[in-house]
Design a protein around this ligand. Structure first.
Ligand code: BGC
Length: 755
């Protein structure tokens, strides 16, 4: 654990510059769902830095690199592209480059205000000629208009200085994560005219177009605008440079308005005109108005999504940071975008979609937004159904069976480790589960009929073909899989996978019954599904209620993770892969992931027995792990462990627990943190009939308070030691179920519950 930032309920603050900016660049990242960036400095920085600007959905199919090719491998691993650097402002003062790693830094302060979504920075440096320069900068990626961003950058000097500012749209950018060091952009065209600069470029192979525009204004006090400039068109950039003399004590303010558009949203032919109009309009609006609109958009998000924690300021900051980052990553407007595990904060995981979206993020958006947000995420998969069928065909499946990819940008599998690509088939289950979850929350059966059902049927067909009959066991078995625990590969009968396969078949049959005319299936197919449901092998440890993670698990040497010497943790950094695979240690919730999803299928006693058995064997080396454990510990009333697990997930990035925050943030696991408060501590569940809750108050907190969206109505929960107060802001009454008795929460009314 490290102390990188100051503790504050709404702000993230950095007081010392340091040399390696990469951890801070991740933590202070900005985004608006459509585009985003690491918190690089506007001016040059020659210390340690990782430049990152990303446009949602714009990727490059980087050719697969493996030692030994296997049939069925995807041809490429998609990489979200490091895109045009639009924040770049090269600043020279009296001929000295304003570079914080080279100059004498007198003070430095950076702040991210999560309430308003504004990133600001202030620093003072001394130049080699002893003149002192103060810079004060602000920027944002507008949440109000997700095609626009803006920077305000002010320079003050204690003595007269000559200043040169060169404002760039710079496509001379490479991905750090690239297999063959390729440059991923082509057909770059810079344009300029009196009013603004433009640049457009296409991605190699995928031929996506990205267009950007900028207007840069310079102004010394009292609206004295500097109008003379020089434009430079490079092969890969366009820039506009200004010279001026700044008198002692005067302030020079540069405002930079930008717009980013992609051919995912608009026709390529229209991009130049649109991006130009956008930036002209942004300048007319002015920085202050754009900033106000942006902050108001954040205010609206917070109204639905905020969690207030009294009595624990670190927990307060952490939960807001997680909510803030999730909304910066996905704004719910577009069904062609999704949520990469690192969002717009780094290159790792290629910006691609994983099962994380369905298992972790959808429940978050379902309860903090209108249902259209989660629906768009589901429609993303529906739109990729045909590709999922093709993926399955490549592996030998037929008749419309679908295997959704473990990692994807466009519906094609693009991960090339066989144990993940071919074997981690449990992702199909999470996609079906998300459909179930959405319908349960929204009772939107129209969605189920129009989109969900087709996805379910194809998934069910896949499972029906993936199982095989074992004469030895007289059961259906599923061989050669990797469960959520990636520390064991090619196992047979992973309990979680077998269980979710069975459940998928059941839920699909139930959904088909609701719409008997929608999809007609052969009787033989339906009978096979029923037979599998009845006869699938679900291993358990003889004489106990413990489900067996997979065949052979008990042959391992079993001892708890607490016995692993501390200097060998995390084991994935110290042990050989061979040693990890043979060990008993579990990377993340596996059997327990199933008990979390299907808690109503099992008694509390069984859940307790399983968690007591598996948690000590779990090393939580996936950031997705502690949150599920925290929820289950809350469920079994082990408050101490629930809180311990919560702390591991909540400040994972802010305190850099895993020493990897420089690579980017763990965006998808942030949704898990949120779940550990709402589903864990508050014990909130949704079913067709209404809301069920069974809160606990962690002893470190005085109280906590949050809103959830239930069927597009806002409901507030204020949880205190002896009572909970609920407020319904909507027009419909809501059934509330608690441990003691049911209540009706009338429209626009308040209810105090003591039990
Ligand atoms: C986890 C996967 C997860 C992926 C992306 C891996 O470390 O084991 O379950 O989907 O990270 O977050």
């Amino acid at each position: 654990m490290q102390k990188l930032v100051e503790v504050d309920p709404w702000k993230i603050k950095q007081n010392e510059l340091g040399f390696d900016q990469r951890p801070y660049e991740s933590i202070f990242s900005l985004g608006n769902g459509s585009f985003g960036q690491r918190a690089n400095f506007e001016e040059k920085y020659s210390g340690k830095t990782l430049l990152g600007n990303y446009s949602g959905g714009i990727y490059y199919p980087d050719p697969t690199k493996v030692g030994w090719w296997k049939n069925g491998y995807p041809e490429y691993f998609a990489k979200v592209l490091n895109s045009c650097n639009w924040i770049r402002l090269d600043v020279e003062v009296d001929g000295f480059s304003l570079d914080l790693s080279e100059l004498n830094v007198k003070s430095f302060y950076r702040e991210l205000d999560m309430k308003t979504g504004i990133l600001s920075r202030k620093f003072k440096v001394e130049l080699p000629n002893k003149k002192q320069i103060t810079v004060s900068a602000q920027r944002f990626c507008s949440m109000h208009n997700d095609e626009v961003g803006a920077i305000s950058y002010s320079i003050t000097s204690d003595q007269e200085v000559n200043i040169n500012i060169d404002s760039f749209l710079d496509f001379d950018i490479k991905n750090e994560d690239s297999n063959y060091e390729d440059y991923f952009w082509q057909n770059i065209e810079p344009h300029t005219n009196e009013e603004c600069d433009l640049i457009i470029a296409a991605t190699k192979k995928t031929n996506f177009w990205v267009a950007l525009s900028q207007i840069t204004t310079l102004n010394i006090k009292n609206d004295n605008f500097i109008s003379s400039y020089e434009s430079t068109k490079g092969d890969r950039f366009i820039s506009r440079s200004f010279d001026c003399v700044l008198e002692a004590g005067q302030t020079l303010t540069t405002k930079k308005y930008i717009s980013v558009l992609t051919s995912l949203k608009y026709d390529k032919e229209k991009l130049i005109d649109l991006v130009k109009n956008n930036v002209l309009q942004a300048k007319i609006n002015d920085f202050e108005k754009l900033k106000t609109d942006h902050s108001e958009a954040w205010q609206q998000i917070w109204e639905n999504a905020d969690i207030q924690i009294e009595g624990d300021i670190k927990a307060q900051q952490a939960i807001r940071f997680n909510i803030f980052q999730l909304y910066q990553t996905y704004n719910g407007k577009y069904s062609y975008l999704n949520i990469g595990p690192k969002g717009f904060t780094g290159e790792k995981y290629g910006g691609a979609t994983y099962w994380d979206t369905e298992a972790y993020c959808i429940p978050f958006y379902l309860k903090t937004s209108n249902s259209s947000v989660a629906k768009n995420l589901l429609i993303y998969r529906y739109n990729q159904l045909q590709k999922a069928i093709e993926n399955a065909e490549k592996l030998g499946f037929k008749n419309g069976a679908a295997l959704f990819p473990m990692v994807t940008m466009n519906g094609e599998e693009c991960h090339n480790e066989w144990e993940i690509t071919f074997e981690e088939i449990h992702r199909n289950g999470a996609i079906a589960y998300a459909i179930y979850n959405y319908v349960k929350h929204t009772i939107d059966y129209e969605y189920l009929e129009k989109y969900g059902l087709a996805v379910l049927v194809s998934i069910a067909k896949f499972w029906a073909q993936r199982v095989n009959w074992s004469e030895d066991k007289s059961k259906y078995v599923i061989l050669g899989v990797t469960g959520p625990n990636e520390y064991e590969n090619n196992v047979n009968n992973n309990w979680y996978t077998n269980y979710i396969a069975k459940w998928c078949l059941e839920y699909t049959l139930e959904s088909l019954k609701r719409f008997p005319k929608k999809i007609q299936l052969e009787e033989t197919e339906l009978n096979r599904w029923k037979d599998i449901i009845d006869k699938i092998y679900l291993p358990n440890i003889h004489g106990t209620g413990i489900f067996l993670q997979n065949d052979g698990f008990l042959d391992k040497e079993i001892f708890p993770a607490s016995k692993i010497p501390i200097n060998q943790r995390p084991i994935n950094q110290y042990w050989s892969w061979d040693k990890i695979l043979r060990s008993v240690f579990i990377k993340q919730a596996d059997v327990l992931q199933g008990l979390y999803f299907f808690e109503n299928h099992f008694s509390e006693k069984v859940i307790k027995e399983n968690i007591k058995y598996y948690e000590p064997l779990t090393v939580h080396e996936s950031s997705l792990s502690p949150s599920i454990h925290s929820i289950l510990f809350s469920k079994i009333n082990d408050h101490k462990k629930a809180y311990e697990m919560y702390l591991r997930t909540a400040r994972l990035d802010l305190d850099d627990y895993n020493h990897e925050v420089h690579e980017g943030l763990h965006i998808t696991s942030m949704a898990g943190t949120w779940l550990s408060v709402i589903e864990g501590f508050a014990g909130l569940r949704v079913n067709e009939k209404g809301l069920y809750f069974k809160p606990i108050l962690p002893e470190q907190w005085h109280s906590y308070c949050f809103n959830i969206m239930f069927r597009n109505q806002r409901v507030k929960f204020d949880i205190r030691k002896k009572s909970s107060v609920l407020i319904n802001y909507g027009d419909q009454a809501i059934n509330i179920f608690t441990n003691c008795k049911p209540y009706i929460l009338e429209p626009h009314s308040k209810l105090t519950i003591v039990c």
